[in-house]
Design a protein around this ligand. Structure first.
Ligand code: NAP
Length: 434
């Protein structure tokens, strides 16, 4: 028998569990740990609440969890309740699927002023992550600046711009829905330090911005390269740039009809945030792109604003004793192997890139490494060993059966038309299982 501990119940964790059960059938036991009492990580608290079809992938993970040899062990924090070394004593392999929950630092003067938030916090706030539920972002402003031109920046801009009706059927938490509807935002500026050919936005997601009921995207046609140059782009990016071209063709008269404008500001690198007690403006340097790199031109300008949301990527949290690559913001690893017996997968392995589905081959690849290292298992105690330790420490473990009760309670208290109203407080989640 092989015993596996997977840390993190997001997509990387569940695809790895699926790979292990596919490879070994009944000859493996998998425990999937999470620090929250609820599973699915990024699917629950990262994927946008108005993208329910993407969130639907959790049904597949539920299928994995219903196998007898896979169990969810919620409400257990690595490093506080149990250490990596202790888990290594019990399990043949410990696989870190902890994602990249921290914002890459916006390293400019003024970035710590109230009114500057990172996307992990802002997305966590509207998605009901207990850590960020109390964020209370400064939405009483007419202009919000979103830094970065990836899909997270798009999510954030879209969520700022949508009407209450457009959130029908979403599971945005009520505290965020109410705050957003009461906001005074009339302009969302998306800053990209490079140009239209260097955006990280995918076509489907970018296209959505052209179909919002009270907002319109604005692209300055002068920023777009000659159309012929698009032919050199890979097909997805070419399609995204096609959306930018259609935004640039929106007639000026249309903007008078919509209360919110989402402006793409290309060749614009943030250099400082200004404010007195809170943000009042962001200072931006005009750039030129040379050989794919943004080079400052020394020309600067200010954008008055009351909210800055930095969507410039994420980093993994280091774990004491686990080798970490500071430069890349993830665990130091060789294709998923940190050390024999200790592995990482998903964003914790490769950094914060790719779609949910990218984690599936990642999970299967790491299980190949695990298989090569652990053979038939070393006769370790596995979950019985962990359970004895948990009992001795008085840990309050949340099981998958408990989660199903929490889920039912969230569904029962949903707004009209919404799939669920998430609990945003850990104590409330735990209470709901009884
Ligand atoms: P991302 O795709 O890496 O985009 C990060 C953006 O931040 C880039 O435009 C980057 O510009 C910019 N940036 C980085 N450092 C900066 C700095 N110091 N100053 C100014 N700009 C800076 O990251 P993400 O948007 O966080 O997305 C993470 C992953 O999740 C991606 O793979 C994404 O596709 C995925 N995701 C998918 C969906 C979806 O499919 N619906 C939704 C959300 C997220 P440079 O290119 O110049 O570095």
């Amino acid at each position: 028998m092989r015993h596996l501990a997977i840390i993190g119940s997001g997509p990387a964790g569940y695809y790895t569990a699926e790979a292990a059960t596919k490879l070994w059938g009944e000859d493996v036991k998998v425990d999937i740990f999470d620090r929250l009492p609820v599973p699915y990580g990024l699917i629950r608290t990262g994927v946008a609440p108005d993208h329910q079809s993407i969130k639907g992938v959790s049904r597949r993970y539920e299928g994995t969890n219903l196998a007898d040899n896979v169990r969810f062990v919620g409400n257990v924090t690595l490093g506080e309740d149990v250490t990596v070394a202790e888990l290594q004593d019990f399990y043949d392999a410990v696989i870190l699927a902890t994602g990249a929950p921290h914002d890459r630092k916006l390293d400019i003067p003024g970035a710590d002023l109230p009114g500057v938030v990172g996307s992990a916090a802002f997305v966590g706030w509207y998605n009901g992550h207990p850590q960020f539920a109390a964020l209370d972002p400064l939405l009483h402003t007419d202009t919000a600046v979103v830094i970065g031109m990836g899909n997270v920046a798009l999510d954030v801009a879209r969520i700022l711009a949508k009407t209450r009706d457009e959130f029908a059927g979403s599971d945005i938490v009520s505290h965020a829905l109410e705050a957003l509807q009461a906001s005074g935002i009339r302009r969302v500026v998306i800053l990209g330090r490079r140009g239209p050919h260097q955006i990280m936005m995918t076509p489907k997601e970018l296209g959505e911005l052209g179909h919002l009921s009270r907002a319109a995207p604005r692209v300055d046609a002068a920023d777009l390269p000659d159309e012929g140059e698009d032919a050199l782009l890979e097909p997805g990016l070419r399609k995204s740039v096609g959306h930018l071209r259609s935004f640039a063709a929106i007639p000026e008269s249309h903007y008078a009809d919509v209360p919110i404008e989402v402006t793409f500001d290309f060749f614009a690198a943030p250099v400082a945030v200004e404010g007195d007690g809170k943000v009042t403006a962001i200072v931006v340097e005009r750039t030129a792109v040379q050989a794919g790199r943004a080079i400052g031109t020394s020309e600067t300008y200010r954008i008055p604003c009351g909210l800055v949301i930095s969507c410039i990527g994420y980093q993994t949290s280091p774990i004491p004793g686990v080798p970490f690559d500071e430069r890349l913001g993830r665990f130091a690893n060789d294709e998923g192997r940190i050390l024999p017996g200790l592995y990482c997968v998903g964003w914790a392995r490769r950094g914060p890139s790719g779609t949910i589905g990218t984690n599936r081959p990642d999970g299967f690849a790491v299980i190949e490494k695990v298989a090569a290292d652990i053979g038939g298992g070393a006769g370790k105690a596995g979950r019985a060993g962990f359970d004895a330790l948990a009992e001795a420490r008085g840990l309050d473990i949340v099981t998958f059966r408990d989660w199903k009760k929490i889920e039912a309670a969230e569904e029962a208290r949903a707004r009209e038309g919404a799939p669920r109203e998430k609990f945003v407080d850990i104590a409330e989640m735990i209470k709901a299982r009884s």
